[in-house]
Design a protein around this ligand. Sequence first.
Ligand code: ADP
Length: 175
Amino acid sequence: MNRGLRISRGSHPPVTAIYPGSFDPLTNGHLDLIRRSSGMFDKLVVAVLNNESKQPLFSVAERQDMLRDAMSGMPNVEVGTFSGLLVHYAKERGARVILRGIRAISDYEFELQMTHMNRRLEPGIETVFLMANEAYSFVSSRLVKEVFRLGGDVTGLVPPQVEQRLRQRIRGEGL
Ligand code: ADP
């Protein structure tokens, strides 16, 4: 844990951050962001969005299991789930920070809109951005699924247990 980077220090109350996303499935890009930010906050809640209008590959419970597996050595990181407005969930969990990742300029416009809207809805919550690790800046859950479906190798782009689940779900192996 990188204590030198901790945002919560001294007499400030503990800072909880929420990292929301679909995580369908978790990638090493998400995991890199979770590792880096877990050292900056007292508590990090990784929150799986339950969006019923989307057709996910993995259920919310499966996505949460994959996250828990990958984060077993990170004691201040919890896994949660939410539907509805993120700021309502953040308030419920006592979080003052929303954490998001930026991979490229293409992420920026959407993130800017969401940040302004969330600030309007809940001015007490700040959105904090981390730049993606350059090794994973091209990795998205959508692209990983597409490449895997077409028979491509995704080793190193997702944790091994996620690759295993992709094999079972998409190729029907190991059932
Ligand atoms: P995706 O955009 O891959 O479907 P999510 O909706 O789960 O992923 O994204 C949740 C958050 O994680 C967003 O802020 C997104 O920008 C960030 N993120 C996604 N992939 C990466 C990556 N490879 N590196 C850093 N951040 C990422």
